[in-house]
Design a protein around this ligand. Structure first.
Ligand code: ADP
Length: 366
């Protein structure tokens, strides 16, 4: 069956009346991040926090409309509350707030005292900048932890550029349990969920901060990561780059047992990585390791070529007195593996990730 046209879906959704404005849902601008494929359709219904309850029925009606469209077997409407933040700046797609700026004008938010149900440890992987290989490192660390016999989850929370669907070769929203929790698909032995499963990755770029935080909260707490009988040992969370609102939100939603910071060796990346470490310090999240990605390229004659310089992240780890987890070379096989949904599972680079995972797990187990 040919994919439905997005406009057809928007038109159908406009037949539902928004109880606040009296307009159709689409006209009222409430349909965000619509994704449509041959058999699935979904979007985010973003409404003011005070009105969330009023929209529960609208959400159900919208799912009903989606199900009534030809070919649609799975419909999902995620209701998110827009939190009013009159004094907070609206971050753009890659906007960064310094920890100091993020602190200003905000009430001190409560820090979470629990992890998501049946999750024993939560580790976030962050970077100061995009494109340094944070997602690649976080997924491979998760796979490394898996090789230790652990039950591991990977949450792609990179709201501004979710790479999960491409890296995992999965593009379907999770199904739901009877108690309405998302059942994470299994990929390479990992329980996975991605913001990219719920919304079109291109649409994700235009999310506003509070909406992104809501979606992240749902992914984190409304996913059935583990069960009483089979708890998850570690949940690895791939954060968006930078030191912005999303990172801070997370600290209010779950206990975070530690952070891994990924950097390339160049000065610019290191300056931003240092900011990421500062943010984790401010939020009392222990930095369990710094990883230097793309540290060198192994030449054909076995001589390492230090394309971006080498050792900068290691030095930073020493200066800041944080554990250095290790170097990852610039490796075309790693790139190809990451970009073709076939992660490296053996060979020297995979072994290196397994080694780093061992060090990480040793620290968590402490
Ligand atoms: P980020 O999450 O920091 O934005 P990604 O993990 O998406 O970065 O990586 C960006 C690109 O660089 C991807 O194409 C990925 O495959 C590639 N990449 C990351 N690390 C390496 C590496 N060590 N060697 C080769 N390619 C890499």
């Amino acid at each position: 069956m040919a994919d439905l046209d997005k406009q057809q879906v928007l038109d159908a959704l406009d037949s539902i009346i928004d109880p606040v404005s009296g307009q159709g849902l689409t006209t009222a601008g409430l349909v965000r991040g619509l994704t449509v494929s041959a058999t699935r359709a979904g979007f985010m219904l973003e409404v003011p926090a005070a009105d969330v309850e009023r929209y529960a029925q609208v959400r159900e009606a919208a799912e009903g409309v989606l199900y009534s469209l030809p070919g649609i077997e799975k419909a999902q409407v995620v209701l998110t509350a827009e939190v009013a933040e009159p004094h907070a700046p609206r971050p753009g797609p890659q906007a960064k707030l310094s920890p100091q700026a993020a602190d200003q004008g905000k009430p001190k938010a409560p820090v979470a005292t629990a992890r998501p149900d049946h999750v024993k440890h939560v580790v976030v992987v962050g970077s100061g900048k995009g494109g340094v290989g944070k997602s690649t490192v976080s997924l491979n660390l998760a796979l490394g932890l898996k090789t230790l016999g652990l039950n591991v989850g990977w949450l792609d929370a990179d709201i501004y550029g979710p790479s999960g669907p491409v890296m995992l070769g999965l593009n379907t929203p999770p199904s739901f349990s009877e108690d309405k929790k998302m059942l994470p698909p299994l990929a390479f032995g990992l329980k996975v969920n991605s913001v990219g499963f719920l919304v079109d990755p291109d649409q994700a770029m235009i999310w506003r901060g509070p909406m992104a935080s809501q979606a992240l909260t749902q992914l984190l707490t409304q996913t059935q990561w583990g069960t009483q009988a089979q708890p998850l040992d570690v949940l690895i969370v791939d954060l968006p780059p930078g030191t912005g609102d999303v990172q801070l939100t997370l600290t209010q939603k779950t206990v975070i047992d530690g952070a891994v910071v990924v950097s390339t060796p160049q000065d610019m990346a290191l300056i931003d990585a240092r900011r990421a470490v500062t943010l984790f310090d401010k939020t009392q999240i222990p930095v369990l390791g710094i990883v230097e990605n793309m540290a060198y390229f192994m030449g054909a004659d076995g001589t390492p070529i230090e394309i971006f310089g080498r050792g900068g992240a290691k030095k930073m780890a020493e200066t800041l007195e944080r554990p250095f987890l290790g170097e990852v070379p610039l490796d075309p096989a790693l790139r190809q593996a990451a970009d073709s949904a076939n992660p490296l599972r053996d060979g020297p680079v995979a072994e290196r990730f397994a080694e780093m995972a061992k060090v990480l797990w040793a620290q968590l187990a402490l």
